[in-house]
Design a protein around this ligand. Structure first.
Ligand code: NAD
Ligand code: 0WE
Length: 258
């Protein structure tokens, strides 16, 4: 028997692409706290990475494909989950995508299709996953989604992703309202910039990191380990009365007006 805050609990993880992924940081912290985990991966391109990483957690950590833009893959994923467990206690949504061109130019140039894709993958998917997870969360649960400050304030070039994150945070509140009666909590972690695959392609990312070292009260952004610690807290009974919130893990940057 494993011990730890999350011993005897089971979590689902969406959004591991490689060892730098925020989802991997949170998954490692969940596993260290004693949780059993089931992983999803976006597609064949990422399968080998996820196989190797989950292997580090132990012998038979299950992983199944799930492109969150496809209803049938979501259904199939949850079918596979039911072969391993009849109860799920927490879910991590750490998935975002907007077509590259939408993050380069001005927001006003966003095409209908880029707007649709960004919202479908980065926000609607949380609603779809929550709906599938609900019947498995028989003793209540904790659903966590990753957000960014661009949801609340303008970050140049974050563009349609900022609008999609605003939708993600609002969806979190409406889901929290619906699912509260089943003791299912839904929250966002708003992370400061982290050097991951999703961030590295962004022009000016290093400059942004430097800006955090200069302006954030703590003189830095955050680490994936610190995001993991917040993930463990939100999944634990210590957070039993926290729902619908966006919690900033960003070196304090969010409080600064100038
Ligand atoms: P990442 O590239 O490691 O993770 C993004 C994940 O999204 C990948 O695993 C990718 O496979 C998955 N994904 C994209 N489209 C998908 C689809 N159609 N179906 C299933 N999965 C899909 O980068 P990350 O930085 O770890 O990003 C994880 C989350 O954290 C995202 O929601 C991101 O917006 C958020 N976030 C990142 C930062 C940062 O600076 N890196 C800051 C705040 C919030
Ligand atoms: O949420 C994100 C990035 C998510 C993301 C990244 C990409 C790159 C590759 C979504 N879609 C794509 N599409 C691609 O084709 N972050 C919080 C990281 C990020 O991205 C920015 C940032 C920060 C921080 C973009 C502009 C400005 C700041």
């Amino acid at each position: 028997m494993s011990t730890g805050t999350l011993a005897g609990k089971t979590g689902l993880v969406f959004g591991v692409a490689n060892k730098r992924s925020i989802a991997w940081g949170i998954a490692q912290a969940w596993a260290a706290a004693g949780a059993k985990l089931i992983f999803s991966y976006q597609g064949e391109r990422i399968k080998d990475n996820v196989e190797e990483l989950t292997g580090e957690l132990g012998q038979d950590v299950p992983f199944y494909p799930c492109d969150v833009s496809r209803d049938e893959e979501i259904t199939e994923f949850f079918k596979s989950v039911r072969n391993h467990t009849d109860r799920v206690d927490f879910v991590l949504h750490s998935v975002a995508f907007a077509p590259k061109e939408a993050l380069e130019d001005q927001f006003v140039t966003t095409s209908r299709e880029a707007f649709r894709i960004a919202h479908d993958i980065s926000a609607y998917s949380l609603v779809a996953l929550a709906r599938e997870a609900e019947p498995l969360m028989t003793q209540g649960g904790s659903i966590i989604a990753m957000s960014y400050y661009g949801a609340a304030k303008v970050i140049p070039r974050y563009n349609v992703m900022g609008v999609a994150k605003a939708s993600l945070e609002a969806s979190t509140r409406y889901l929290a309202y619906d699912l509260g009666k089943k003791k299912i909590r839904v929250n966002c972690i708003s992370a400061g910039p982290v050097n991951t695959l999703a961030a590295r392609g962004i022009a000016g990312f290093n400059q942004m990191m430097k800006h955090y070292t200069e302006r954030a009260p703590l003189g830095r952004s955050c680490t994936t380990e610190e995001l993991g610690a917040m993930g463990v807290f939100l999944a634990s009974d210590g957070a039993a009365s926290i729902t619908g919130q966006t919690l900033y893990v960003d070196g304090g940057y969010e409080i600064i007006g100038m």
